[in-house]
Design a protein around this ligand. Structure first.
Ligand code: NAP
Length: 205
């Protein structure tokens, strides 16, 4: 898949590395293409990753991952609404301190045709870099519209090494964010450590 990753910081670089390893083509969309850290990341990933201004990255992506600060989401979505129309979008950004951590309302307002998923938002990046705990594969709970786009997002979750668990449609975004709050409480509040993830157990798994 051609994946646009907006933001090449901790989350963008961690997921970009995993997806390049899995054979996907990644374009990082950033504000400053000349940023030495981003250039070094692209060098590290060989010819399979590139860096472009945000608009160029969105244009090249079948799937667009938002890995930028939550406070920048509304303005970025509004500025690139036309380019995002009809795209499969993954909102990994957390609007820390706001009433709602996800940005689904901004997508609905500015890009109602985008197929928006809430994924990669509920665990610290360490769990995307190391998705196994001994023999146990961590799960990633996510939500978004059912259908072809969901299958694409499941592939991208699996290619990071996590097991995708679909919780339901976009209306479940706040439930995914409740898991984020649980992660913060356990990993940071109780100081259990950031390599901490969740597992769904059922009889048929
Ligand atoms: N870190 C985690 O463990 C984790 C886990 C799950 C979800 N998240 C969420 O993922 C998002 C990114 O987190 P991170 O830890 O990767 O942060 P980070 O390391 O600070 O990276 C943020 C990236 O966003 C870019 N950026 C900053 N302000 C921007 C703006 N106004 N418009 C466009 N791009 C902008 C930065 O590039 P510049 O060089 O241009 O500033 C940088 O590439 C956040 O919303 C966070 O809540 C983080």
């Amino acid at each position: 898949m051609n994946i646009a990753i907006l933001g090449a910081g901790t989350i963008g670089s961690t997921l970009g590395r995993a997806w390049v390893r899995a054979g996907h083509t990644v374009t990082f969309g950033v504000r400053t293409v000349e940023n030495p850290e981003v250039q070094a990341l692209v060098q590290e990933l060989g010819g399979i990753a590139s860096v472009a201004p945000v608009a160029g990255a969105i244009a090249s992506g079948q799937v667009v991952l938002f890995a930028i600060p939550g406070q920048a989401m509304e303005a970025t979505i509004a500025a690139h609404a036309a380019a995002l129309a009809g795209k499969v979008v993954i909102d990994a950004a957390n609007r820390i301190g706001a009433a709602t951590m996800h940005s689904f309302a901004a997508f609905t307002t500015h890009v109602p045709t985008a197929q928006v998923f809430r994924a990669f938002s509920s665990l610290g990046w360490e769990n995307f870099a190391r998705p196994r705990f001994g023999d146990i594969q961590a799960d990633l709970f996510f939500c978004g519209p059912d259908g072809t786009a969901r299958a694409q997002v499941e592939i991208l979750i699996s290619d990071v090494g996590l097991r995708p668990v679909w919780v339901g449609g976009p209306e479940q975004a706040s439930l995914i964010d409740a898991l984020t709050s649980l992660w913060f409480t356990l990993a940071l509040g109780q100081k259990r450590g950031r390599h901490l993830a969740f597992k769904l157990l059922t009889d048929d798994v």
